[in-house]
Design a protein around this ligand. Structure first.
Ligand code: ADP
Length: 454
């Protein structure tokens, strides 16, 4: 049970007054929690069966605009309903809010009660099921990096997002002194998540002013994505409760390092790490090599799932620990893929391409699909790259713009076969819309550069 409360436990806590509110949440395309706050009595009596939401929740952008061009829903189709089906194995307390519990939902078709194919949980479950059919469990960990700012979201918005001040005045990578000053936010974050059944390993300062990292213990892929989503949400809410803002925008300033979400991956069989082979120099099994070969070959196909906005691509720059090359190396942070735990049972591959804005369900699903293809085709892994990979001229590049990644997504036969044409068409439209919106807007940079001098 990935949650910490059974439905019976919840009923008992509602009866004794411990819980009065249940957050009933689905995950949208952007990886956000969307849903309703139920009076707990109503939830335990009725709504635990199912509730509803407008089906535009899987067809909006960050600002809840309603772009055209989606086959699944539209103004013409009348924006009907989805069923929100609570997954009762995910019930957990929300310790940072008084008297509150949470449940995650699957989104189902209103008429057929079939899973909505492009809903992020369904997209991931499909790849997990493919692996299960092959006898494997994917064990994953997604790191969360973000920036803490001195002021709150509301103050910052009212001031036009100008003169942003991170919470610290210097690069705080591994700093205990500076991170002590941030404990008002970070300690409740660790403890509340832990109490909600999310196995927090640690938090640490990251390599920029005001930058933080949260590490959660690896878990089966769906649990990992649920943990990531709830942890990101909690980070914003707990920061807000302390008058601060937490931003997962990958690149909030061109002179600052960006925020990533590295994804650690290993496959297990019968409870044992199937990526480990003690006879190999690096401890890598043949299975792991095939998986990694697929992961690397198809990186351009799925880059959009790791970097879904215009801003995401500002992160990919030389000398910032954000990778620009789709090669692998052994414990080397300049490559797109890093072998970690070599020679041990913890041997795993870390994909370093993803930004802090990735949707963990979609990102993991796409990478698992690539790895499965590598296994199916018994693809051969090229030797590791050594040294500073930024200067490895022959190494293939990660798509460097949203436009380029949209086209590699659209054209990906591998992803179309693994996820379905309808799913890829849906997310390609999502990617296009983001670019269309950006292209429409005149930016501050253009004004400052050209207003007088053009
Ligand atoms: P880093 O140096 O990148 O911070 P860590 O040792 O802190 O590396 O581990 C990073 C993440 O990798 C953690 O979330 C951890 O739970 C996860 N991890 C450890 N072993 C495995 C494994 N076998 N498969 C997947 N993830 C793992």
């Amino acid at each position: 049970m990935p949650g910490t409360l059974s439905f019976e436990d919840l009923k008992a806590q509602v009866k004794d007054g411990t819980i009065d509110t249940v957050l009933v949440c689905a995950v949208d395309m952007q990886g956000r929690l969307m849903g309703k706050r139920f009076h707990a009595a109503n939830f335990v009596e009725h709504s635990h069966e199912e509730t509803h939401c407008c089906n535009y929740l899987l067809a909006t952008d960050l600002e809840m605009a309603t772009p055209d061009g989606y086959a699944s829903t539209s103004w013409r189709a009348g924006y009907g309903d989805y069923v929100m089906k609570p997954d009762l194995s995910t019930i957990r307390p929300v310790p940072w809010l008084a008297g509150t519990a949470m449940v995650l939902c699957d989104l189902l078709d209103h008429h057929t009660h079939e899973a909505v194919p492009h809903s992020p949980r369904a997209v991931l479950k499909k790849q997990v099921a493919r692996l299960e059919a092959m006898g494997f469990t994917a064990m994953m960990a997604t790191e969360l990096e973000f920036f803490l700012f001195e002021k709150s979201f509301d103050e910052i918005r009212k001031e036009g997002f100008r003169d942003l001040q991170p919470i610290s005045g210097y690069n705080e990578d591994y700093h205990i002194l500076q991170t002590t000053k941030e404990e008002a936010v970070m300690r409740p974050l660790r403890n509340c998540l832990y109490a909600a059944g999310i196995p927090v390993e640690n938090t640490k300062g990251e390599a920029e002013t005001g930058q933080e990292e949260l590490n959660i213990r690896y878990a089966p892929a769906l649990d990992c994505a649920d943990h990531h989503t709830i942890a990101k949400h909690a980070t914003k809410e707990i920061a807000w409760a302390h008058g601060r803002a937490a931003s997962f925008l990958p690149k909030w300033h061109h002179d600052k390092v960006g925020s990533s979400s590295h994804v650690h991956q290993s496959l297990w069989k019968d409870g044992k790490p199937a990526f480990f082979d003690g006879d190999d120099d690096l401890g890598m099994s043949e299975l792991m090599k095939h998986y990694m070969a697929g992961l690397i070959k198809y990186a351009p196909d799925y880059t959009w799932f790791l970097a879904p906005y215009v801003n995401s691509y500002k992160r990919f720059s030389k000398g910032t620990f954000a990778p620009t090359k789709t090669v692998w190396s052994v414990d080397n942070r300049t490559a797109g893929f890093r072998l970690c735990g070599d020679g041990t049972k913890g041997v795993r591959v870390e994909c370093r391409i993803g930004g802090s804005d990735l949707n963990p369900y979609l990102a993991q699903a796409a990478m698992l699909a690539a790895g499965i293809k590598g296994i199916e085709d018994e693809m051969e892994l090229a030797p590791p790259t050594k040294g500073d990979v930024y200067d490895a001229e022959k190494a293939p590049d990660v798509p460097r713009t949203l436009r380029a990644a949209t086209e590699t997504l659209r054209a990906s036969e591998m992803l179309r076969a693994a996820m379905g044409d309808d799913v890829i068409d849906h997310y390609t439209r999502c990617a296009e819309w983001e670019q269309e919106e950006f292209d429409r807007v005149v930016t501050d940079w253009e004004i400052a550069r050209g207003f007088e001098r053009a």
